[in-house]
Ligand binder design. Structure first.
Ligand SMILES: Nc1ncnc2c1ncn2[C@@H]1O[C@H](COP(=O)(O)OP(=O)(O)OP(=O)(O)O)[C@@H](O)[C@H]1O
Ligand SMILES: [Mg+2]
Length: 360
């Protein structure tokens, strides 16, 4: 059990002058499952490896359980890591694979067996203990890799895209099992993924990175409803939030396709204060709806997903053709080529030229 803290921690790789992780400030609570998410190259693995002690911290500090571990070697940090390419030893049985680290640490055989059996019970692997990895399914192999981490009773679990070798269906199932397992064990866990759906479904809190810089860290619902900047707004949510540039005048009003965008009073007040300029309007597909009036457009694509459908509607905005994605119900009768009207039906977001959120 432990809390983790990054304090202005940076990693600058030799031969580069841009920080791969730039002055990261982040606290992970005891027992929390925190997900680090961001596009490829955003510094997720680097941040995790800094915590593991596998990557030198050039500036700042890292604490585990209140102890400064910035200069502590990896083996003395009491952490266990599960990687994307979890290589199991092919010639060893599941039990031997799971007990290997304990054997190396010279844990007596009886205690070793006990810890392996306990982990196997938790992971539902008891009947496979004598099998070789090649006789297991992908999901079972993944659980053995988890087992190797669990048997060590570490203070912190670190996981770097541990599910990316699994097919889509197994991944969805395994991520639920993993989240459940983490909750039962109550071990502080930092989990890296580039998949924002995985991040949102698993994380107690989610930290979004871009170009090595922490953008926002909060509960999934807050990231979704209150993205602090344009990047987070566009990154979190599938399909993505509609983001369109528009001019604001002195009165702080904004229009999309000639129709006034409904804005919270604090947004309008902030826009008036900031003054006229080019802003970005954001609205999620489920906060738009077809109706008798609204922005006129033509349906170009209908994506039917069964429980819902997403319509791509080509509209005219400031003299140019652009697309709005609108969520419709599953039994939509709307077809490609239909002329429709799109109205606002929920919150909108506004972002300033520097990308920051306007209003509260
Ligand atoms: N050993 C290295 N030497 C120099 N630069 C590196 C090294 N490892 C990573 N980088 C760079 O640091 C940045 C962050 O890399 P990192 O692997 O942390 O990204 P990531 O978010 O894990 O990406 P991915 O989703 O592709 O795994 C990238 O620009 C990468 O090119
Ligand atoms: Mg990575």
């Amino acid at each position: 059990m432990a809390e983790v803290r990054y304090e202005a921690a940076s990693r600058i790789y030799p031969g580069t002058d841009i920080a791969a992780v730039d002055s990261l400030d982040l606290e992970i609570e005891d027992g929390e499952l925190l997900v680090l998410v961001g596009p490829s190259g955003s510094g997720k693995s680097t941040a995790l490896r800094m915590l593991a002690g596998l990557e030198h911290v050039n500036e700042g500090s890292i604490y585990i359980d209140g102890d400064d571990v910035t200069l502590t070697p990896p083996q003395d940090r009491d952490i266990a890591m599960v990687f994307q390419n979890y290589a199991l030893y092919p010639s060893m049985t599941v039990a031997e694979n799971m007990g290997f680290a304990l054997k190396q640490a010279k844990v007596p055989k009886a205690q070793r067996m006990e810890q392996v059996r306990e982990a196997a019970r938790i992971l539902d692997l008891e009947e496979y203990l004598d099998r070789k990895p090649k006789n297991l399914s992908g999901g079972q192999r993944q659980r053995v890799a988890m087992g190797r981490a669990i048997v060590r009773h570490p203070k912190v679990f670190l996981m770097d895209e541990p599910l990316s070798n699994l097919d889509a269906k197994l991944r969805v199932q395994t991520r639920t099992e993993l989240a459940d397992l983490q909750a039962r064990l109550g071990v502080t866990t930092v989990y890296v993924t580039h998949d924002q759906v995985e991040a949102m479904t698993m994380g107690h809190r989610v930290a979004v990175l871009n170009f090595g810089v922490l953008q926002q860290v909060d509960r999934p619902s807050v990231l979704y409803s209150h993205p602090v900047n344009r990047f987070v707004a566009g990154f979190i949510g599938s399909p993505a939030m509609n983001l369109l540039d528009a001019d604001a005048g002195e009165d702080g009003a904004l229009t999309l396709g000639g129709v006034a965008v409904p804005l919270e009073p604090d947004v309008t007040a902030d826009l008036r204060e900031r003054g006229p300029g080019r802003y970005t309007v954001g609205v999620r597909p489920e906060h738009l709806q077809l109706g008798a009036d609204g922005i006129a457009g033509e349906v170009t694509v209908v994506e039917e997903l069964g429980s819902e459908a997403f319509l791509h509607v080509a509209i005219q905005h400031e003299g140019e053709s652009t697309v709005l994605v609108v969520r419709d119900h599953g039994e939509t009768s709307t077809k490609r080529g239909d002329t429709v009207h799109v109205g606002f039906d929920g919150p909108t977001h506004v972002f300033a030229p520097d990308g920051g959120r306007v209003g509260g």
